[in-house]
Design a binder for this molecule. Structure first.
Ligand code: HEC
Length: 316
């Protein structure tokens, strides 16, 4: 009934859907989860093609056994099967042109050096497309200019917000992407707890549980040998301290996300008092990115004194 190029894909698709339905492969589709099913599908495809070829050759053999007369009738009947008839009818309808035999009805009566003009109707495909643009235009006008649905600014903002959310979402799953340039102070309790656990396993021997210091320097004061703030601390932990001091580079042992967590955790020591603090080492570190400290408001006493109008005094 239907042509082969519809039959094969449809049957193949049905088998594919049935296969996906019956094979339990969790989140992933079965043909990705179990590569063997790809061979199965290939086999199905080959069998479908083979069936088509066999049917075709049987038809051919039968055709050869027909008488000349019957052959003619057969070919005629074939060419009228719906697949072609439908396609041709549709094509002619959309084009809307008159068949050549009927051109006489629409020929215009002017004639330029033998060139004549036909007064054809506009082709329906074009006309319908044109109507569609009018409907689109009316809906568009009403929606955006009469009822004032979103404008381009709002659309832009929405897209940016959506992209931002997607980035946040991505960052959550890809915490290990941080490096010394992108690391930021983490404040989530889960990150701080994770940092604490890492600190207790790796760092306590030299820095003490409360950060008071031992072999390593005091981490509770504002003095830093290698610089304070999340970026410097992250860098120190990642690359290690000065050679021979005992602070190794932890990037071999800890993942970037873990270094960010432990950095954030040890910065919570800032301003606390350790039980047995080591004397400060290094310089007081001032965050260059911190917002500038507001200067105290100008002293009213410091206002310039009102000038005495000496000229007026003299003239008196
Ligand atoms: C073997 C002892 C030892 C261990 C373990 C150790 N550190 Fe250190 N740490 C030191 C020493 C010593 C220094 C000083 C380095 C220098 O002077 O260059 C230091 C310096 C630091 C500094 C810089 C302090 C400053 O004043 O600039 C930070 C931050 C730090 N360590 C964090 C950690 C973290 C986090 C861990 C655990 C992952 C850790 N350390 C493990 C010995 C250690």
């Amino acid at each position: 009934m239907s042509p082969w190029w519809i039959r094969i894909p449809v049957v193949f698709f049905i088998i594919f859907v049935l296969m996906e339905y019956f094979i339990d492969s969790g989140e992933k589709p079965a043909f990705l989860e179990y590569p063997i099913t790809q061979f199965f599908l290939l086999l199905v495809l080959l069998i479908l093609i083979a069936i088509e070829l066999i049917l075709k050759s049987i038809e051919n053999v039968l055709f050869q056994t027909l008488s000349e007369d019957a052959k003619k009738r057969y070919v005629e009947a074939r060419s009228q099967t719906w697949e072609w008839a439908w396609g041709k009818r549709m094509y002619r309808k959309l084009l809307g042109s008159k068949p050549v035999e009927k051109e006489g009805e629409i020929i215009l009566d002017h004639n330029y050096d033998g060139i004549k003009e036909l007064d054809n109707e506009l082709p329906p495909w074009w006309v319908y497309l044109f109507y569609a643009t009018i409907i689109f235009g009316v809906v568009y006008l009403a929606r955006f200019h009469v009822f004032g649905d979103y404008d381009q600014d709002l659309e832009y903002e929405r897209e940016v917000a959506a992209a931002q959310a997607a980035i946040e979402e991505y960052k959550k799953t890809a915490k290990d992407l941080v490096d010394v340039n992108t690391v930021q102070l983490l404040t989530d309790a889960s990150d701080i707890d994770a940092g604490k656990a890492i600190y207790e396993v790796n760092c306590v021997v030299c820095h003490m549980a409360d950060g008071g210091g031992g072999i390593g320097p005091n981490l509770t004061d504002q003095h830093w040998i290698l610089g304070g703030g999340i970026k410097n601390v992250f860098n120190t932990i990642s690359e290690g301290g000065r050679a021979g001091k005992g602070m190794v580079a932890w990037k071999q042992t800890l993942k970037p996300a873990e270094m960010a967590q432990v950095s954030s955790y040890l910065l919570t020591f800032q301003g606390t008092t350790a039980a047995n603090p080591k004397a400060p080492e290094g310089d007081i570190w001032i965050d260059p990115d911190a917002p500038p400290v507001e200067e105290s408001p100008a002293d009213p006493e410091g206002m310039p004194e009102q000038q005495i109008d000496t000229a007026a005094v003299v003239s008196n």
